[in-house]
Design a protein around this ligand. Sequence first.
Ligand code: ZN
Length: 136
Amino acid sequence: MQETNNTKKEQKLFLLAKQARENAYAPYSNFKVGAAIESQAGKFYAGCNVENVSYPVGTCAEAGAIAAMIAAGDKQIKRILIIGDGKDLILPCGACLQRIKEFGSHETEILLADLQGIQKKYHIEDMLPIGFESLE
Ligand SMILES: [Zn+2]
């Protein structure tokens, strides 16, 4: 039962991230990325990359999803899914791993997907074993 419930939530995350990816603003790299968060409270948030002609000003999909979660008054990431359609799966950048850690727990999962579906699952501590700890 638990497994079925998780599978449904993962599918919802996948579809949300895929949909957000379609709206990504990526005219410079032509590389669209989507992300979706399931919070500990059971709510869902999505984000996409938003590039800028001044390259460092652009933001990652994960940052957009986290900003949507915070704007809604939510704070704890249960799992986050990142989707792209490159040759390799999209990994969160170092800054985004630290962003995820800020609002995650030891159990926070990072799911990597391509357009066909979820391909890999990690925990935040697999990808960022030593990061800055939140002050909370
Ligand atoms: Zn990033």
